[in-house]
Design a protein around this ligand. Structure first.
Ligand code: GTP
Ligand code: SPV
Ligand code: MN
Length: 580
C-alpha cells in the first residue's frame, strides 16, 4: 500500500502538531480490526458481550458528556461568512485554526495516532470519494472499519496527489468546554477535537459525506443528502428506487429495512443515512450509498418494529451506550416489553424499572451493511440506482398529514425547504422542540442554505423526468397523544401508493398543499385502523396551515435576497390558497 506524498506530508504535519508516541497507517484488514478490539478489551474501552448469543459483539460506553452530536460546537469555516449562511455556525478559518490548534497541540502525547485512508462509496464508482483521517481513538478506527472502506480500496481510487478530504481528530479531554467540530470546505479539511462519539468523531459520516461533500456537490453539480435509499419490489418483481430524507432519529433506518405484510411487496435496503446522487448522461438521477455500515439508533429496535435491524445486530456489532443484562447481552428500551432482571444501565450502574432509561436514548449499533437480511444485491453497484421518487419526512405531532405529493419538482423542493421537525436525542439539547429542518439538512449543509435550495431547483432542470417528490409524517398524534398511524412495517402501504403514483395508477385528490391519496387509494387491507383515524392522519387543517406558512415566511426572511424566487413564489401561492 503506498499513499501519495501529499497524504504523507499531511499526516506528518498532523503528527508534528499533536506529538503522538507513534503513527500507525491502517490497512483495513481483519487482523487490524481484531488487534484493535484486543487492545480495547484490555484497556476497558470495549466489553465482550455473550459470545454464544452475540458472537463478535462488544459494548462501548462513551463519556457521559459525549453521547450525541453537539451542533452548537459545530462550525462551517468558509472564508466568507455569507457562504456558511444564517443557519450555520461560522468561524473565520484563521480564528478556527488558532482556537482548535491550541487544543490539538501536543494533545496526542503518549497516544497512538492512526492514519486511516478511507473510501466513501463503492470501489470503482465514479461517484465515490476518498478521505484520510487521523485519530487517537481506537474506537473511532474500529468504527471507521465498519462504516467505510479502509485501506487499499481508498488509495486505489485517488485520482491525483491531493484527491482526498483530510480529517484531523483527537479525543482531547472529552470536555464539551474544549470541543470543536470544524469544517473548511474550501480546503477539503475537517478538524474535530474533544468528542469520540458518532457524527462528531467518525469523520467520514456527517463531516465528510454531508458537510464537505455538499459543498463539493454544489461546485461539481451533484447532491449529497441525509437520505436512505430503498428499492420497493412489487408482486411482479419490478423494483422502484426511492430516496428519503428525514431528520436524525426520525425513521430512516426503520424505513430502509421495512418488512411489509402486503402480499408480494417487499423492500430492499441500499442505505440508511446518506445518499450521494448525480444526474447521469441520460438525465436520470442516480444514487449511491457512500457508507459501508449502519450507525443506527438502538432504542425501539425490536423484532416487531424492525425485524431486519434486530437480526443484523446479533453478531459482529459494536454497541455504544446500551444497557447490559446479567447474561452479557445488550438491552435497550423497546427491545422486549419488560427489562430483564439485573440490568445495568448505559453507564454500568445497577438499574431498576422507574430509574429512567437504561439505555441512553441515543445509544446505537455499528454494523456492516452486508449483515442486513434485506440488503439489496446491487447495493454496491458503482453506477448507483435510478431514483424515481424522493421522500421528505419529519417528526410532527400535528399539522403535517401522513402523506401527500408535490405538484412538480419546484413545488416538491418548496415542500422540502419548508420542513420542520421535533428535535430528538440524536443531538444534545432539548428533545421535542419544533425547529426548521429543510430537507433534514439543517445540521449538515456545508454552505448557505439559500444556495442549497437554488442548487436543488437547478438540478431539477437537468433531469429528463424529475422524480416525484412526496412529504410524509409517521408521527402525527390524536388528542390523547397516541400515534394516528401504526408506522413501521405498515409504512409499506404508503410506499406502495407512491410506487403506484410513479406508475400513474394511484388515485389522488388535489388539495392546496398537493396530491393526497383519494379515499380508498391507500391499501388498508388487513389493517386494523378505523377509517376516521386514517382521515384524521391525512387531514389538512387550513387554519393550522396558514399559521405554519407564517412561521415559514419568518424562516425564509433570514436569507434575504439570496432566497431563490421560485421558493418565495411557492410560499406566496400557498398563502393565497389559504386566504392569507
Ligand atoms: P439517524 O440515524 O439519527 O439519522 O436516525 P434515523 O432517521 O435512521 O431514525 P431511526 O429509523 O433510527 O428511528 C428513530 C426512532 O424513531 C426510533 O426510536 C424508531 O423506533 C422511531 N420510529 C421509526 N419509524 C417509526 C414509525 O414509523 N413510527 C413511529 N411511531 N416511530 C418510528
Ligand atoms: C444523525 O444524528 O443524523 C446520525 C447519528 O445519523 S450521527 O452519526 O451521530 O450524526
Ligand atoms: Mn443521520
Amino acid at each position: 500500500m503506498s499513499v501519495t506524498s501529499l497524504a504523507e506530508k499531511w499526516v506528518d504535519e498532523a503528527a508534528a502538531l499533536t506529538r503522538p508516541s507513534e503513527v500507525v497507517w491502517c490497512d483495513g484488514s481483519e487482523a487490524e480490526y481484531d488487534g484493535l478490539v484486543e487492545t480495547m478489551l484490555r484497556d476497558g474501552t470495549l466489553l465482550t458481550l455473550n459470545p454464544r448469543t452475540y458472537p463478535g459483539c462488544y459494548l462501548h460506553r462513551s463519556h457521559p458528556q459525549d453521547v450525541a452530536r453537539t451542533e452548537q460546537l459545530t462550525f462551517i469555516c468558509s472564508r466568507e461568512r455569507g457562504d456558511a449562511g444564517p443557519t450555520n455556525n461560522w468561524m473565520a478559518p484563521a480564528e478556527a485554526k488558532t482556537k482548535a490548534g491550541a487544543l490539538f497541540r501536543s494533545g496526542m502525547r503518549g497516544r497512538t495516532m492512526w492514519a486511516i485512508p478511507y473510501l466513501m462509496g463503492p470501489a470503482g464508482s465514479p461517484m465515490s470519494r476518498v478521505g484520510l483521517m487521523v485519530t487517537d481513538s481506537a474506537y473511532v478506527v474500529a468504527s471507521m472499519h465498519i462504516m467505510t472502506r479502509v485501506g487499499p480500496a481508498a488509495i486505489r481510487q485517488m485520482r491525483g496527489d491531493d484527491d482526498f478530504v483530510a480529517g484531523l481528530h483527537s479525543l482531547g479531554d472529552l470536555s464539551p468546554d474544549r470541543r470543536l467540530i470544524l469544517h473548511f470546505p474550501e480546503e477539503k479539511l475537517i478538524w474535530s477535537v474533544g468528542s469520540g462519539y458518532g457524527g462528531n468523531a467518525l469523520l467520514g459520516k456527517k463531516c465528510h459525506a454531508l458537510r464537505i461533500a455538499s459543498a463539493q456537490a454544489l461546485r461539481e453539480g451533484w447532491l449529497a443528502e441525509h437520505m436512505l435509499i430503498i428499492g420497493v419490489e412489487d408482486p411482479e418483481g419490478r423494483v422502484t428506487y426511492l430516496a428519503a430524507a428525514m431528520p436524525s432519529a426520525s425513521g430512516k433506518t426503520n424505513l430502509a429495512m421495512v418488512v411489509s405484510r402486503l402480499p408480494g411487496w417487499r423492500a430492499w435496503t441500499l442505505g440508511d443515512d446518506i445518499a450521494w446522487m448525480h444526474v447521469d448522461s441520460t438525465g436520470q438521477l442516480r444514487a449511491i450509498n457512500p457508507e459501508r455500515g449502519f450507525f443506527g439508533v438502538a432504542p425501539n429496535t425490536s423484532p416487531k418494529t424492525n425485524p431486519n435491524g434486530t437480526a443484523m445486530v446479533r453478531s459482529n456489532t459494536i454497541f455504544t451506550n446500551v444497557a447490559l443484562t446479567p447474561a452479557g447481552e445488550p438491552w435497550w428500551e423497546g427491545l422486549t416489553p419488560e427489562a430483564p432482571a439485573g440490568v445495568v444501565d448505559w453507564q454500568g450502574r445497577p438499574w431498576r424499572p422507574g430509574d429512567g432509561p437504561a439505555a441512553h436514548p441515543n445509544s446505537r449499533f455499528t454494523v456492516l451493511c452486508q449483515q442486513c437480511p434485506s440488503i439489496a444485491p446491487n447495493w454496491e453497484d458503482p453506477q448507483g440506482v435510478p431514483i424515481s421518487g424522493i421522500i421528505f419526512g419529519s417528526r410532527r405531532s400535528n399539522v403535517i398529514p401522513l402523506v401527500f405529493e408535490g405538484f412538480d419538482w419546484t413545488h416538491g423542493v418548496f415542500l422540502g425547504s419548508a420542513m420542520s421537525t421535533e428535535t430528538t436525542a440524536a443531538i444534545t439539547g432539548k428533545v421535542g422542540v419544533v425547529r426548521r429542518d429543510p430537507m433534514a439538512m439543517i445540521p449538515f449543509c456545508g454552505y448557505n442554505m439559500a444556495d442549497y435550495f437554488a442548487h436543488w431547483l437547478a438540478t431539477g432542470r437537468r433531469l429528463a423526468a424529475p422524480p416525484r417528490i412526496f412529504r410524509v409524517n409517521w408521527f402525527r398524534r390524536d388528542a390523547d397523544g397516541r400515534f394516528l398511524w401504526p408506522g413501521y412495517g405498515e409504512n409499506m402501504r404508503v410506499l406502495k401508493w407512491m410506487v403506484e403514483r410513479i406508475r400513474g395508477t394511484a388515485r389522488t385528490e388535489e388539495t392546496p398543499i398537493g396530491w393526497v391519496p383519494a379515499p380508498g387509494a391507500l391499501d388498508t387491507d388487513g389493517l386494523d385502523l378505523p377509517p376516521e383515524r386514517l382521515r384524521e392522519a391525512l387531514r389538512c387543517d387550513a387554519a393550522e396551515w396558514l399559521q405554519a406558512l407564517g412561521d415559514l415566511g419568518e424562516f425564509y426572511d433570514q436569507f434575504g435576497a439570496r432566497l431563490p424566487a421560485p421558493i418565495a413564489e411557492k410560499l406566496a401561492e400557498a398563502r393565497r390558497h389559504f386566504g392569507g
